[in-house]
Design a protein around this ligand. Structure first.
Ligand code: ATP
Length: 266
């Protein structure tokens, strides 16, 4: 990949290749596209995609960070307004995982999903999803859906994180505007479907891609094991189904983490 591949990302080119009818902005560099869109949400009157050619302070859940490289990743956020309250958004991060997986599928890449918000390739994390919300001034909720997708990350990233991560060298060679437009179309389609039908429309699709189906896992909260059992997929609201010794329980995402039993990282 060359620097020109990155420099060639342009808002007009992405919008021209997309069917989503969503406004697009591309910036050279920013700390966090999610932070930028959250700061602007009150003044937005329509969905907006913000792409950063270089993101320097990407965020994950619970204050964790998301690392990216200007040449080797795609970092963007999509602001989308939902009618109603945050209660309607149950399962949204999982629906976004399905949208990413289905879009990548069309591009010839098979991925798995890990509850609640990870996209995995061969067991390693390929993409991170962070959704943040804010009440919209005229009613409803602005959601800012941030995504970091590894295309061809430098080797140092794995050393920095202390875990192996996934990349997509083949997609790294694809025209970035086209790739971004395909992802935008997949996301916008999924968001419209979610608006109409909620997560119930996605649960079976999520379960088909569940990377840890049947495996013994532990649910951790700040390093402490809360539950242990066999991962049995998700229900129609996006809760994890866990078959424990005491029977089946459901787990809400919150800030808990999921690990395969015995593994330090997931
Ligand atoms: P957990 O793995 O504990 O459940 P999470 O999956 O919810 O957490 P996120 O908030 O989605 O974590 O992502 C942040 C985590 O992802 C960081 O703590 C780091 O370990 C890892 N990470 C950061 N950058 C990358 C990257 N480019 N590729 C893969 N993993 C990354």
């Amino acid at each position: 990949m060359t620097a020109s591949t990155i420099a060639s990302m342009h808002a007009a080119d992405i919008a021209a290749r997309s069917q989503a009818g969503v406004a697009v902005e591309v910036v050279e560099e920013t700390g966090s596209t999610n932070a930028d869109l959250l700061a602007r949400a009150a003044s937005l009157d329509a969905p907006l995609l913000l792409v950063a050619r270089n993101q320097t302070a990407g965020r994950g859940r619970a204050g964790r960070s998301w690392l990216s490289s200007s040449a080797g990743s795609l970092t963007f956020s999509l602001a989308w307004r939902f009618e109603g309250g945050v209660g309607r958004l149950a399962g949204l991060p999982l629906a976004i995982g399905v949208a990413l997986a289905e879009t990548l599928d069309k591009l010839g890449v098979q991925v798995g999903l890990k509850w609640p918000n990870d996209v995995l390739r061969d067991g390693d994390k390929l993409a991170g999803i962070l959704i943040e919300t804010q009440n919209a001034p005229g009613g409803g909720v602005w959601t800012v859906i941030g995504i970091g997708l590894n295309l061809l990350m430098p080797d140092e990233t794995e050393a920095l994180l202390g875990r192996s991560i996934a990349s997509l060298p083949w997609l790294a060679r694809m025209d970035r505007n086209e790739l971004m437009a395909a992802l935008l179309d997949g996301l916008a389609g999924a968001l419209r479907e979610f608006e109409r039908a909620g997560f119930a429309a996605f649960s079976a699709r999520w379960n088909r891609r569940h990377a840890w189906q049947g495996q013994t896992v532990v649910i951790l909260d700040a390093g402490k094991t809360l539950h242990e059992g066999a991962a049995a997929g998700v229900d129609d609201t996006g809760r994890l189904l866990l078959d424990t010794r005491e029977g089946r329980i459901t787990v809400l995402a919150g800030d808990v983490s999921l690990r395969v039993k015995g593994a330090l990282q997931g």
